[in-house]
Write a protein that binds this ligand. Structure first.
Ligand code: ADP
Ligand code: ADP
Ligand code: ZN
Length: 215
């Protein structure tokens, strides 16, 4: 099964992708995570994208498309994958269609997480993750069970993303509305778009998605 989780920054794509990936044994492909890993490594790619990411603008399509083209060829994608944060432009969506057609596979579902802009800003300001295992948390809606200790790995170091600040968030929301929202009618026309109420709590969103997936 191949899925896309589509929605604005902070909608809950990464949170839900982790849950579905673990439950259905699918690979989770997050272009944001891949880019942040490149920046952390200081690779050529990382140097190219660092400033763009800090500004809140989108990284050029050719870079992203090449990254995904390589990634979906990896053995862990054989069973299917969840795309989190890709595609984000029509050019990326069209390139993905080309890749899938070439491999004789298709997208099973495109799931839209619909969330109001005001709630996004609040979610993003409260977002943090475990430095050791990457588990995602939120000050308000998903704190660690024990303060200062990761539920998943008992790690005690946490990180906040550099781009999770008010100024960058408003740029990222603009980019979403201008460049990514046009993907909604694109997939609606193809007939595989389903929307969930992303304003609901995390467990409820999980249940809504399970209904769409039929498992
Ligand atoms: P969020 O979790 O807030 O939706 P991501 O982690 O997906 O954010 O992305 C962080 C940043 O990485 C984006 O603001 C953008 O600069 C870059 N990025 C990630 N995915 C893509 C993509 N598919 N196309 C262009 N830029 C991307
Ligand atoms: P995205 O990957 O779409 O940018 P995340 O999954 O990182 O979004 O979620 C953004 C923040 O909001 C995180 O801190 C996460 O713990 C929290 N969050 C995710 N889903 C919900 C929800 N349904 N209700 C409240 N908070 C949520
Ligand atoms: Zn951890």
């Amino acid at each position: 099964m191949n899925l896309i989780l589509l929605g604005p920054p902070g909608a809950g794509k990464g949170t839900q992708a982790d849950v579905i990936a673990a439950r259905l044994k699918l690979a989770k492909l997050s272009t944001g995570d891949m880019l942040r890993a490149a920046v952390a490594e200081g690779s050529e790619l990382g140097k190219k994208v660092k400033d763009i990411m800090v500004s809140g603008a989108l990284v050029p399509d050719d870079i992203i498309i090449a990254m995904i083209r390589d990634r979906i060829k990896q053995p862990d994608c054989k069973n299917g994958y969840i795309l989190d944060g890709f595609p984000r432009t029509l050019a990326q969506a069209e390139a993905l269609d080309g890749m899938l057609a070439k491999e004789g596979t298709a997208l099973d579902h495109v799931i839209e997480l619909a969330v109001d802009d005001a709630a996004l800003i609040e979610r993003i300001s409260g977002r943090f993750s475990c430095a050791k295992c990457g588990a995602g948390y939120n000050d308000k809606s998903k704190p660690t069970r024990k303060t200062g200790v990761c539920d998943a790995c008992a790690g005690t170091e946490f990180i906040r993303r550099k781009d999770d600040n008010a100024a960058t968030v408003s740029e990222r929301l603009k980019a979403y509305h201008a460049q990514t929202a046009p993907l909604l009618p694109y997939y609606r026309k193809k007939g595989n778009l389903a929307a969930v109420d992303g304003m609901a709590d995390i467990k409820d969103v999980e249940r809504q998605i399970a209904v769409i997936l039929g498992k």
